[in-house]
Design a protein around this ligand. Structure first.
Ligand SMILES: NC(=O)c1ccc[n+]([C@@H]2O[C@H](COP(=O)([O-])OP(=O)(O)OC[C@H]3O[C@@H](n4cnc5c(N)ncnc54)[C@H](O)[C@@H]3O)[C@@H](O)[C@H]2O)c1
Length: 441
């Protein structure tokens, strides 16, 4: 029997993810044309999801079949904006779980709040869908491990939204550094700065009629609705969010791990707190996380949510230090310095990057990562940020927050990233779930 379009997408992409070559019987030309279309649903479209819906809608042979949100206003606005791009209005759906048995749906794009990322990814994999999941891939490390198991068990491709992994000039810089441009690299520093305002003290008020707050909370233990939580501010509450360390730190800490070529840490520590304002915000607004790695290198990440003073002339970025010089990067640019601090090379892109933009640092650059995902589904490329890679970077950020909350240094098993001999910290490896919502593979 001839392979179906979905069989093609499945067989070839999973083969490539596993490092296999495309079987000659499944060459691309054979599925070119209408059957080559990839159908996606975008879930969670107030901010990032709306931007991603536009980016996916602009890609060749890609169709946005569904826009899902529990906020009917956000859903409606996003449907209209996709229609403006493609001329076709996707179907609006409140509960994404109801679309997972649509056999024509190939992939889901998850841009819901962090507490939903892993549970939704696992449900989608089980239903046979490939997944583009926003960073951080999970709310806690145990969920990240479940996601890896789900992707493997159901043979699905899961790409994390660390778009910098697909940026060309940044990749070129990493390759040049790995080829010895600054010698032996022994330290990396990453940072993120912004000028976020206070979120005040919220009041318990009735849930607005346009919002399904029960489904918004989903797997998270129930908390009363407050008027300073939705949208976006959930980032700063541990029940749903993960703080700046994962909200933005994921990007730079991922670059640090990429540049240093490390998988897991040996030791992780964190200092900081909610210092700028007194309000409901629970996670640190000021944080320094430090890492020692088994390969003989160290790193630190500095987050300042409420003080915009740049570091090294950049509002966010990474600098690597080696025994023959340094390399600063983070946006789609890299600059090499010698040991005396003299610039020796500066490679820039003309594509704009807005590091503090809360929706997208640059849609043209997002598109490159999205295209990598779509090409991987078609069997033409390997994912640039597969879940195994995303998990390791997100784990470093999560360990930073665990060290912060436990109040002491964590010692880590370099073989698998697990916390050693530390009951208090190990208790934060997973989370409590609302009864009946526990994710399982
Ligand atoms: N890669 C990047 O550069 C980048 C940039 C911005 C945000 N993000 C990530 O994207 C995610 C979303 O961030 P945001 O700023 O857009 O948040 P947001 O609060 O503005 O939007 C989240 C949306 O998800 C919806 N939602 C919640 N539960 C849902 C459910 N069960 N089903 C469907 N929709 C649901 C909400 O109603 C809301 O519309 C975060 O995890 C964030 O870290 C990534």
């Amino acid at each position: 029997m001839a392979p179906s379009r979905r069989d093609f997408i499945r067989t070839t992409s999973v083969g490539l993810a596993a490092g296999l070559t495309i079987p000659s019987a499944f060459r691309m030309e054979k599925i070119a044309g209408a059957n080559n279309r990839i159908r996606v649903a975008v879930i969670g479209v107030n901010g990032r999801g709306s931007s991603l819906a536009g980016t996916f809608a602009r890609q060749k042979d890609t169709e946005i079949s569904y826009i899902c949100d529990v906020d009917e206003h956000a859903m409606g606005k996003c449907i209209d904006s996709v229609k403006k791009i493609t001329g076709i209005a996707p179907k609006g759906v409140r509960d994404f779980r109801t679309i997972l048995d649509d056999k024509n749906l190939d992939a889901v794009v998850i841009a819901m709040p962090d507490h939903w990322h892993a549970p939704a990814t696992i449900l989608a994999c089980k239903a046979g869908k490939h997944v583009y999941v926003e960073k951080p891939c999970s709310h806690n490390p145990a969920e990240g491990e479940l996601m890896i198991r789900a992707a493997a068990k159901y043979k699905r491709l899961v790409q994390m939204g660390t778009q910098r992994r697909s940026w060309d000039i940044l990749t070129q810089g990493m390759n040049e550094m790995k080829a010895g441009a600054i010698g032996r690299v022994y330290f990396a520093k990453g940072w993120y700065t912004n000028g976020r305002k206070s979120i005040g003290y919220g009041k318990e008020v009735p849930v607005p009629s346009w919002l399904d707050y029960e489904l918004w909370q989903g797997p998270a233990p129930r908390r009363p609705y407050r008027d300073n939580l939705i949208h976006y501010n959930w980032h700063w509450f541990w029940n749903w969010g993960t703080g700046e360390a994962l909200n933005n730190g994921t990007h730079e800490i991922d670059l640090i791990r990429w540049g240093l070529g490390e998988d897991y840490a040996l030791r992780v520590n964190s200092a900081g707190g909610r210092y700028q304002y007194k309000d409901d915000w629970e996670t640190p607004d000021t944080q320094v996380i430090t890492f020692d790695f088994p390969g003989g290198a160290s790193a630190m990440w500095e987050g300042r949510s409420c003080n915009r003073q740049p570091v090294e002339g950049r509002d966010r970025g990474v600098i690597f230090y080696g025994d023959q010089g340094s390399m600063s990067t983070g946006d789609n640019r890299y600059t090499l310095y010698d040991q005396q601090g003299k610039m020796v090379k500066d490679v820039k892109s003309d594509k704009p990057v807005e590091g503090r933009n809360t929706v997208s640092p640059g849609e043209e650059l997002d598109a490159v990562h999205v295209q990598n995902f779509l090409q991987a589904l078609r069997g033409n490329e390997k994912l640039n940020a597969p879940i195994e890679t995303g998990f390791k970077s997100v784990l470093l950020c999560q360990l930073g927050n665990i060290a912060q909350r436990a109040g002491h240094t964590l010692h880590i098993d370099k073989a698998n990233g697990h916390i050693l001999n530390d009951k208090d910290a190990q208790a934060l490896w997973s989370r409590e779930y609302e009864k009946g919502w526990e994710p399982s593979v």
